[in-house]
Structures are given as structure tokens and as C-alpha cells.
Write a protein that binds this ligand. Structure first.
Ligand code: SIN
Length: 305
């Protein structure tokens, strides 16, 4: 049962105070990405269109938003995330059985060591329509460690040298679930997974459908460039594989540049909301043996162009 807190004049107020549009306090966390919001309850924002619209506008501006002390239920988590669009489960990670679309990223003491989230990635670019964003809540966190890093991939694109921008403008790349989540599965299951999610092709530079920003759109799900082998790029056939691989590795490496990043330290009931179309993230796995439990509502996205 929610406990009451005392207001300044001594009258009891609900544990989740009403938050009116315009009252959100916004503290940018770096010069390029991320802001922490205070004075807002996501349970309230799930019910209040104006408040939700304010958060949505802040998301477009800061790309990832952070909040503390969101003691919300799974139903409220799902209700807030569903305001952005339909939610989707994950074919390998399990979901809350009572709340479809709420994916459990639980690292328990008896979990097998898994190395899925500790690589810079946009969620699920192995889908033809990768998620537009996610709402991630911390259920349990190690005393120290287990931070997550987000990267502004519009900034990563903007600061590329002009000759690289010209070179990658027409390029497209393939993304794979098979070589990542599928890699540790027995061959038959891996083939079934790939048949269900055939490797899609995405532009190397995508345009944000709402802000119009250009975004560098390759990550650890990207396996290869599909149209690199042209007379402009390749003098001898021999140039093709190393040329394409070197270029792709250079591009993937941009997410590791600290000037484009923000790092967030979790507490129980901290929440991060991110725009998956223009960011990447990396969950640092430095805390073993300790438990870390996160719940993520992933929002269906559109086809990158
Ligand atoms: C994710 O990769 O979507 C999860 C990030 C995290 O667990 O911090």
C-alpha cells in the first residue's frame, strides 16, 4: 500500500504527488546526450496526455532520459511505455508472463555468463523494423557496478570526416540475430531463429523520422556491408573484404568515443527511457558475482530509411 508523505503545511499527500505539465525539472547530464528528470511520476504520465507529450518532446531533445525513485508496478511500466506505441517481446530473453512486452533482463547468481548487452548496440536491429525506443527499470542492482552507457549516434555521424560521410552515404549493411543471440544455441535452434528473423538490410546512415537528423546506424549486430564492392571502392577484387571490414570496424568503433556518451549509475527504481533510433547502449558487466535485474519495455519501431 502506498504510504503518505507530509506536505510543507503538514497535510498528508499521496506518495506519488501529481505532476503537472511544465513542472518537470530537467538536468542535462553531458553536453551531447542525456538528461535527468525530477518532479515527475511515470505512473501519472501514463494517464496524462499532456505530461506524456512533454516527456516525449524531451526524449527527442536529449535522446535518453533518466529518472530516480519510480516505484511503479509492472502494469504502470507497461502502460507508460505503451503510450509510445505497441510493445514487443524478445525471441531469446523471457518476458513477465502477466505483462507481455515486459522483457526480463535478469542476471542472477545461477545465470550462465551471458555477454549480450555488454557490446555497443541499438536494440534488435536484426528486425526489419527495429524498436523506436525502450523504457528500462531497475528492479535490483549490485551495490557497485552494472552501469549502462548510452551514445548519441547523430553526434557520432556529425563528427565524421567529410570524406567518410561521402563514402558511406550510399552504403547498406546486414544485421544478424544468428551471429549474436543465436551463436550459443544448438545449430538447429539457431537455424530456426534465423528463419524467423532473416537478416535485414539497413542503411548505414539513417534519417531520424521525427527530427530529420542523420544517424550512424551500424552496431554490434551488423555483420557486413552489402554494396561496398563497386569500382569506386575496389580496384582489385582482393581489396573488397579487407576494405569493407576495415571501414565497418571503424564505423562501429565510433560508439566507443567518450565525447558522444553518457554513463548512468543505477539504483532500485531508476528508469531510463531511450530513443533507439539515434542511440546505442552498453550494459557494463563488471559486477559478478552479484545480482542485477532489469525490466525493459521495448516499443515497436518503423523501417529505417
Ligand atoms: C539492454 O541492452 O537493452 C539492457 C541494458 C541494461 O541492462 O542496462
Amino acid at each position: 500500500m502506498p504510504h503518505a508523505i507530509q506536505s510543507r503545511n503538514g497535510a498528508p499527500t499521496p506518495a506519488r504527488p501529481e505532476t503537472r505539465p511544465g513542472s518537470i525539472q530537467v538536468e542535462p547530464l553531458t553536453c551531447t546526450i542525456g538528461a535527468e528528470l525530477a518532479g515527475v511520476s511515470l505512473a501519472e504520465a501514463a494517464r496524462d496526455q499532456e505530461l506524456f507529450a512533454e516527456i516525449r518532446a524531451l526524449l527527442l531533445r536529449y535522446k535518453v532520459l533518466f529518472l530516480r525513485d519510480q516505484d511503479i508496478t509492472a502494469a504502470e511500466h507497461v502502460a507508460f511505455a505503451s503510450r509510445f506505441g505497441s510493445l514487443e517481446d524478445h525471441p531469446v530473453l523471457g518476458s513477465d508472463p502477466d505483462h507481455p512486452g515486459l522483457v526480463r533482463i535478469y542476471k542472477d547468481l545461477d545465470s550462465k555468463p551471458e555477454h549480450y548487452e555488454n557490446a555497443f548496440h541499438c536494440d534488435a536491429t536484426w528486425r526489419a523494423h527495429p524498436p523506436m525506443g525502450s523504457v528500462l527499470r531497475c528492479v535490483e542492482t549490485p551495490e557497485v557496478g552494472g552501469d549502462t552507457i548510452w551514445v548519441n549516434m547523430a553526434e557520432a555521424y556529425r563528427r565524421l570526416p567529410d570524406d567518410i560521410k561521402a563514402r558511406i552515404a550510399p552504403l547498406r549493411a546486414r544485421h544478424s540475430i544468428e551471429s549474436t543471440f543465436g551463436a550459443a544455441l544448438p545449430a538447429e535452434q539457431r537455424h530456426r531463429l534465423k528463419a524467423r528473423y532473416p537478416d535485414p538490410e539497413h542503411p548505414v546512415v539513417r534519417t531520424h523520422p521525427e527530427t530529420g537528423e542523420q544517424i550512424l546506424f551500424v552496431n554490434s549486430f551488423t555483420t557486413h556491408l552489402v554494396n561496398f564492392h563497386t569500382p569506386d571502392n575496389v580496384r582489385f577484387g582482393q581489396d573488397h573484404a579487407p576494405g569493407a571490414a576495415n571501414l565497418l570496424n571503424y564505423l562501429i568503433g565510433q560508439a566507443a568515443v567518450p565525447e558522444y556518451q553518457v554513463r548512468w549509475r543505477w539504483q532500485k527504481n531508476s528508469v531510463a527511457i531511450w530513443d533507439n533510433r539515434c542511440t546505442q547502449h552498453y550494459a557494463v558487466q563488471d559486477y559478478w558475482p552479484a545480482v542485477r535485474r532489469m525490466e525493459r519495455a521495448g516499443i515497436v519501431g518503423d523501417q529505417p530509411f
